[in-house]
Design a protein around this ligand. Structure first.
Ligand SMILES: Cc1cc2nc3c(=O)[nH]c(=O)nc-3n(C[C@H](O)[C@H](O)[C@H](O)COP(=O)(O)O)c2cc1C
Length: 195
């Protein structure tokens, strides 16, 4: 894998809990190459316990992995832009909820505030999508963000078209390559890749 030594990467978790295991595995690989990771959690990500695990365990795992206290509030996320804290911000996993709000300029969660604050510096933002309504209610919002300056997508595809015909999920294994290209303000291609 590429060397990410010293690159400051914000990792913003939102409430797609089924993808956390894959995301943590990818983050561990990034950390091994020297990436300086900053964990950020949405209010729902920080508080919902589900069959995929307890929020306290995910928070603890993020802290152990990054060596930093997770950012858990809008005031905590606000300095990201003014202090130029991050080279790149990655929302992974990104829910349909967060995606739709971002596309519409809403900043009412910790993760959305982090995104707004970071984007003001004209720095890249990566989205690792995971939502059951990608080809439904949220397709228009994906379209908006694909066409928005400084926003890049981890390649994504339909993960189970028979049982969940509108669902699309990112290929998390492509996260490092997507980040590398986004740091050069390029969208990795192809964007749509089958599972
Ligand atoms: C167990 C569980 C799994 C969920 N998985 C997803 C998911 O994969 N994708 C998604 O968009 N929303 C998922 N949700 C719904 C989100 O958590 C919910 O929309 C929440 O409001 C997201 O808030 P956030 O985007 O601020 O984190 C899930 C909810 C629960 C309880």
């Amino acid at each position: 894998m590429d060397d990410f030594k010293g690159i400051k990467i914000g990792i913003a978790f939102t409430g797609s809990f089924c993808t956390y295991e894959k995301i943590f595995t990818a983050l561990e690989a990034l950390a091994e190459t020297g990436a300086d990771l900053y964990p950020i959690f949405s209010e729902h990500a920080a508080s919902i316990d589900s069959r995929f695990g307890d929020s306290a365990q995910f928070l603890a795992r993020a802290k152990t992995l990054t060596g930093k206290e997770p950012i858990l509030s809008i005031p905590g996320a606000e300095p990201i832009g003014p202090k130029s804290m991050l080279d790149i911000l990655v929302i992974a996993p990104c829910t349909g909820n967060t995606l739709s709000k971002l596309a519409n300029g809403i900043s009412d969660t910790t993760v959305l505030m982090a995104a707004k604050s970071h984007l003001r510096n004209n720095r890249p933002l990566v989205i690792s999508l995971s939502t059951n309504d990608a080809l439904g209610m949220n397709l228009k919002n994906i379209g908006i963000l694909l066409n928005t300056k400084n926003i890049y997508f981890v390649p994504f595809g339909q993960d189970n078209y028979q049982a969940k015909p509108n669902s699309m999920v990112a290929h998390v294994s492509l996260l490092p390559d997507t980040i590398r290209q986004a740091l050069d303000y390029k969208q990795i291609q192809p964007v749509i890749v089958s599972h």
